[in-house]
Structures are given as C-alpha cells and as structure tokens.
Design a protein around this ligand. Structure first.
Ligand code: EPZ
Length: 434
C-alpha cells in the first residue's frame, strides 16, 4: 500500500457547471519521463544535468532512492538538478520507498547492467491493478541473469558479472519494461533486440537523451528497438530538458472543456495528445491548437455528444486519462461505454462519481456505462489513486456545493501545487488540514 498524507484535503466550492475559468495554466515536466531519466543517471560516468523537473512527490522519492544508493544529487533550482552516480556504493534498492513507488522498478535495469547485481522488493505504487513484474524478471533471465526471491527481496545476479544482449519479444507492450530493458541493454555485452515495445513519447525522450550521451540505440518510437551494448555514458555538460507532461496537459484540457470561459493550457505538446483531442472534438468541444498550447473558449455549446472510450497503448487513448474523461462523459448527452483495457482496478472511482449523481453501470472490472448528462452534488471523496484523485477534483469543480477530496498525497505524487495553479484560473479550491 502507498503511505499517503491523510492529514490534508482539498476543499472545493463547485461552480455548478458555470463556465467561468479564465487564464493560462502552464504544464510541467512529464513525471513518467523524468522518473526514468533519473534511473538512467546510473548509466553515466559523469554528472547529469536535468531541467524542467516537476516538483512532485514521485520525483522526491526517486531522488531519495538514488541518494540511498550512494548518488550525489544537487538541486540547483526548484526544477533543476545535477546527479552524480560515480560513487554508487550499493545495489539494494531501499525497500520502504520502492514498495510505494512503481517507477522504482526501472532502477533495476541500470543497476543490474552496471554492477551485475540488484536486489529489490516487489514495487508498489497506485493500486490500479495487480501490476506484476514477470516480464522484467523473465527478460533479465533472457539476458543471462539469475533471479531469486529471498526474504521478500528479489535478488538478481548476472552470470559472469555482466548482462548479455538478447532477442526479447515483450508479450505486453509495457512502458516500464521497455524502458528498463533498453537501459539494461546499454551496458550489456553485445546486441539486444526488443520487439513489441511500447511507443510512449517518454520512452523516445529517454532513448534520445541516452543516444546523445553515447548509447547506441535505434528504432525509438517503433515497436522494435535495437541496442548495441557499450561503455558507461558521458553527459559532458549536455542537459536533459523534461518533455511536457501529456497526462497533466490532458487533465487540464478535460477540465477546460467542461468549465472554461477562456483557458489556455500552455507549455504543452499537443502532438502527444492526438487521441484526447480527437475524442473531445468528436464530443463537440472546440479549441484552438498552437505549437505549444491549446486554448478552450466558451462557445456556448449547450451539450456534449456521448462517446465510447476505449483505453489503448500509445498513441491510443491513455489509461491515465480514463478517470478524468469519465467525469467529462457524465456531462455528455446519452450513453457512453467505457472499456479500460490496460488495468483491472482503474474503474474504482466511478462508485464515488455515482454518489455525486452520475448514472453509472459497472459491468465488470474493465467495462462500464455512463448515462448523461447528470447534475453533480459535492461530496466527501477519497482518492483511490493519482488519476482518480484528479478526476475527483474535476468533479468537485463541476458540482453544486462543496466537495472535500481526501488522500491528497496521491494527487501530490503527480501534480505540482495543483490547488494554487487551479486557483489562478478562478477555481475556489484550497488545501486544508483535516
Ligand atoms: C506506466 O506504468 C505508467 N507509469 C503508468 O502511469 C501508465 O498508466 C502505464 O504505463 C500505462 O500507460 C510510469 O511510467 C511510472 P505497464 P507501467 O507496464 O509501466 C502489465 C500514472 O498515473 N504488466 O505499461 O507499470 C500490467 O499489469 C501511472 O502516471 C505485466 O503483466 O504500466 C498492465 O496490465 C499509473 N507484467 C500492462 O502490463 C509486467 O512485468 C501495462 O502496464 C509488467 C506489466
């Protein structure tokens, strides 16, 4: 289970559907990019410069893990760091933190590749499903490692002290498995070919940076990535500028589609949001799309068109926006069918939306139907996970009356100063002690 702050809540005064939000909201660096680049610093023989790093809990926890391993981390400003892993002293990933942080599993690849061994617990994170790690373990074995489970820790040792390149077909297009194996292969003996890779932009961003620093990687952005093993990488003063967080941008776009008078989502990358933009457009939302912004104005749309939502690996509709989009669909005219194909525990926020007034039918752990439109009434809500928590904030802003969103710690994992940034748009939302 994730230990999250229960001492605080977000107190929201709903707008009762009134489209009054105005102003601009800047999108931060992508959580799911920077967490992996932080892990990748283990592959380097010199200091690594990181910019546009979001000030969120998952980053702070990952940095704690690196420091516990012996890295030197210097925060040069709120969103910039220099990481030096030259004197790493150990290969056991701190269990208490990593049990609460799914992304910690990505550290295993670089550690195993560089030191020939790594020990770690089953990684934790948001409770959105079982989240097995069988593909990590079987792939490491394919690269010549031995896997043992001793007193709740996985102990992985590369036979002969070094991983060997291998041809690996991923039976699931897993994001973190693709990233972890790509990084492990950077220091392995010989060539690794990864087939059926995930295509997320965060993977491309990670791979491009590693290539800039000497890694021999080809096929980024395709389902087959080839890596020629080599020596430790050199940053040589180059910087990694974290790409915009497409899930944060999509979250704000959904909010703006419902409640904007005139809102600009700035510093984002619209081309990473094709599926979300296409979905909202087909539901009748109009927006202006620039190179690095999306602007939503009130165009007196009286109603939105119901729309079937099916999550899919990138570039399909992102599972991380299924919960926020369910709130949008609660306002659409007619029946929307939701099919969450990736995780089996990600529909759990629909029950609370039902308590707020949404007509929901949950068919099974992957499928549900929402009948709209619905008037929402503010309630006491308990975030089940990071993206469910964000969905509750959107629902609270949409509703009549007051909503308290608890388990703010989940939201703080992935959204920097959410309440302050939304208040700038005119939302009545504040963080209070319980
Ligand atoms: C990444 O998780 C993201 N997290 C998730 O974002 C995101 O929802 C997910 O990708 C899908 O896009 C990070 O990048 C830190 P998967 P990941 O492996 O890599 C199964 C957020 O809110 N699987 O792509 O853990 C797994 O059970 C988070 O920011 C295995 O069966 O997801 C799932 O059904 C939530 N065996 C499917 O693959 C394995 O060994 C896809 O999961 C690994 C995964």
């Amino acid at each position: 289970m994730v230990t999250i702050t229960n001492e605080e809540k977000l107190e929201i005064q709903g707008l009762a559907g009134e489209r009054s939000l105005t102003g601009a909201i800047q999108v931060g660096g992508a959580k799911n990019a920077i967490l992996k680049v932080l892990a990748g610093t283990i592959l380097f023989a010199d200091e690594v410069n990181l910019f546009n790093v979001p000030d969120i809990e998952d980053v702070r926890q990952t940095i704690k893990l690196l420091i516990d391993l012996g890295a030197k981390v210097n925060q040069t400003d709120k969103h910039s760091y220099i990481v030096d892993t030259r004197n790493l002293t150990q290969t056991i990933i701190e269990p208490i933190i990593s049990k609460n942080l799914r992304a910690s599993v990505v550290l295993t690849g670089p550690l195993l590749a560089r030191f020939g061994r790594v020990s770690f617990p089953h990684p934790g994170g948001c409770v959105i499903g079982k989240r097995p790690i069988d593909l990590f373990l079987s792939s490491f074995e394919a690269m010549g490692a031995k896997v043992e489970l001793k007193n709740d820790l996985y102990e992985i040792v590369a036979t002969g002290g070094k991983l060997r390149g291998a041809n690996i077909f991923l039976k699931i297009q897993s994001v973190t498995v693709t990233e972890t194996l790509m990084m492990a292969a950077v220091l392995a003996e010989g060539k690794t070919v990864l087939k059926n890779c995930a295509l997320e932009p965060e993977i491309v961003s990670l791979g491009e940076f590693l290539k800039k620093c000497g890694a021999q990687i080809s096929g980024l952005g395709t389902s087959t990535i080839e890596i020629e093993g080599g020596d430790l990488l050199l940053c040589q003063g180059q910087i990694y500028h974290t790409i915009p967080d497409r899930i944060e941008a999509g979250s704000f776009l959904i909010l703006a589609s419902l409640l904007a008078k005139d809102v600009t989502i700035a510093d984002c990358e619209p081309k990473h949001l094709d599926a979300v933009i296409d979905f909202l457009k087909s539901s009748g939302v109009n927006f202006e799309i620039g190179d690095n912004y999306i602007r939503v104005r009130d165009n007196n749309t009286t109603s939105f068109i119901a729309n079937d939502l099916k999550t899919h690996e990138y570039p399909g509709f992102p599972t991380d926006l299924q919960a926020p989009m369910s709130v949008f669909l609660s306002q659409a005219n007619g029946q929307s069918f939701i099919f969450e194909t990736i995780f089996e525990g990600r529909l759990n926020c629909l029950e609370s939306l039902e308590r707020m007034g949404v007509k929901v039918k949950i068919l099974d752990s992957h499928r549900a139907i929402i009948d709209g439109p619905n008037e929402l009434t503010g309630k006491e809500l308990f975030s089940p996970d990071l993206r469910g928590g964000l969905a509750y904030v959107i629902a609270g802003l949409l509703a009549k009356g007051k909503t308290n969103v608890h388990n703010v710690g989940y939201i703080d994992r992935g959204y920097e100063n959410l309440e302050e940034r939304l208040s700038v748009l005119g939302a009545d939302i504040k963080r209070t002690k319980i």
